[in-house]
Design a protein around this ligand. Structure first.
Ligand SMILES: *Cc1c(COP(=O)(O)O)cnc(C)c1O
Length: 233
């Protein structure tokens, strides 16, 4: 079987997603506002991932440190990898030099370690702060009431730059939470804190990316919609 045939489902999915993202932008957003499509690659074979990169995807999202480390050498250099999963403090050192951004910062402790490790490798690490917008016990992310304090604390760190916010809203009633994230993102932008930029609002996954674009998302993270159902090993 030829490669083209083996991954034609990715071609079809990407075509559909790009079309829907374009339609949603035309309907809900100002001309010129850009929404990036990230391919979420957990459990996905690097061959399939590289096929998606070949279609024009420039952002990959990885969730698990071990899995990422086992796959990163195989990834096309035409895409950047961002870390989007829950990150343990003691694992920061394994990913700091190779990811272009960490989306899942949700505590001062984690931020401090990223700051420390970034200094060691001589970089300023771009991050998003993850907000637990549905206040769900099962999810990571800072409580919305503690967000401002966390942003303030990070703004003092020299080797971290906050580029925006990330959220995984509850599946039920997602729209209300997307709207709330948009408001929070806007309010923080308006405050114009030094060292805190609100350029990226990362929300929307396979099930809710069109709605997320309606509420101001600048980066949608698509896994199953692009690669099909996940096979957990
Ligand atoms: C798995 C995952 C996604 C993608 O979810 P799909 O429903 O497969 O699109 C997006 N963001 C995060 C943080 C994830 O862990």
């Amino acid at each position: 079987m030829q490669m083209e045939t083996a991954f034609s489902y990715i071609d079809e999915n990407y075509k559909r997603i790009s079309y829907e993202v374009g339609e949603a932008c035309a309907k809900y957003r100002k001309p010129g506002e850009k929404v990036d499509i990230m391919a979420v690659t957990k459990t996905v074979d690097p061959l399939a991932v590289n096929h998606a990169v070949g279609l024009g995807i420039e952002l990959l999202g990885e969730n698990r440190v071990q899995e990422y480390l086992s796959k990163k050498e195989a990834y096309s250099k035409n895409a950047q990898v961002q870390f989007i999963g829950h990150l343990q403090t003691n694992k920061v050192k394994y990913i700091i030099d190779s990811v272009s951004l960490i989306q899942s910062v949700d505590s001062v402790k984690l931020a401090s370690e990223i700051d420390r490790q970034a200094e060691k490798v001589g970089k300023v690490c771009d991050v998003l702060v993850e907000v637990n917008i549905g206040n769900e016990e099962s999810k990571s992310g800072v409580d919305k009431n503690s967000l401002e304090q966390l942003l303030f604390d990070i703004s003092e760190m020299k080797n971290i730059k906050v580029c925006g916010l990330m959220a995984i809203p509850p599946a039920e009633g997602s729209e209300r939470f997307l709207a709330e994230m948009q408001q929070i993102f806007y309010d923080i932008s308006e405050k114009k804190t030094e060292n805190i930029n609100m350029d990226i609002l990362s929300m929307g996954m396979s099930g809710d990316y069109v709605q997320a674009i309606k509420y101001g998302s600048t980066l949608v993270r698509i896994g199953r919609g692009l690669f099909g159902p996940r096979n957990y090993r």
